[in-house]
Design a protein around this ligand. Structure first.
Ligand SMILES: [Ca+2]
Ligand SMILES: [Ca+2]
Length: 201
């Protein structure tokens, strides 16, 4: 087949998205219980509407310390993360989506540590190149260079931007793939459809 191929999902980082039990992280109970630390966090943060928006997510992620020694997530990255899981375009997340995101974040964190081979605390061009290939994406060197320019600071991609980059790459690829019925890497878009898919991310 001529088309160089799409990347896989988050699962290519290790476990499939949403599957509990990443190394070093406790598995989530099958049902919501007061013992679930995420449930407490979710309840405390979701407020009256029972859903988490970008501002609430940022607060929660900052308080939870999931970024570890890396900088806390920006509001923009939180928006991108919500858009990724927001199937009804409500702009908010329920508890199950929230848990899904939590699992994905832990997966990305492991992935980031693996990708950052020299332990510099950031992902450099050659490291991103390898990471993108390992995730199953087949991108041209020019495209990788464009991505690095967009997401790096002085040639270094930090955790927050790395997650934003991975989420967007995945979301846009999914959007494209759903329309690429012959899996040939060629799609015709209607203008409005294109904008809805790309502007939401
Ligand atoms: Ca809320
Ligand atoms: Ca590095």
């Amino acid at each position: 087949m001529a088309y160089p191929g799409y990347g896989g999902g988050f699962g290519n980082f290790g476990n499939p998205l949403g599957q509990p039990g990443y190394p070093g992280h406790p598995a989530y109970p099958g049902s919501i219980s007061t013992g679930d630390p995420m449930w407490k966090c979710f309840l405390a943060i979701a407020g009256q509407d029972g859903e988490v928006d970008a501002e609430e997510l940022q607060k929660c992620l900052t308080q939870s310390g999931i970024s570890g020694t890396y900088s806390p997530f920006s509001l923009e990255t939180c928006r991108i993360m919500i858009a990724m899981l927001d199937r009804d375009y409500s702009g908010k997340m329920g508890f199950n989506e929230f848990k899904e995101l939590w699992a994905a974040l832990n997966s990305w964190k492991q992935n980031f540590i693996t990708v950052d081979k020299d332990g510099s605390g950031s992902v450099e061009h050659h490291e991103l190149n390898q990471a993108i290939a390992a995730m199953g994406y087949r991108l041209s060197p020019q495209t990788v260079t464009t991505i690095v320019k967009r997401y790096s600071k002085n040639g270094r991609i930090f955790f927050d931007d790395y997650v934003a980059c991975c989420v967007k790459l995945r979301a846009l690829t999914d959007f494209f793939r759903r329309r690429d019925h012959l899996q040939q890497g060629v799609v015709s878009f209607v203008y409005d459809d294109f904008l809805q898919g790309t502007m939401a991310v």
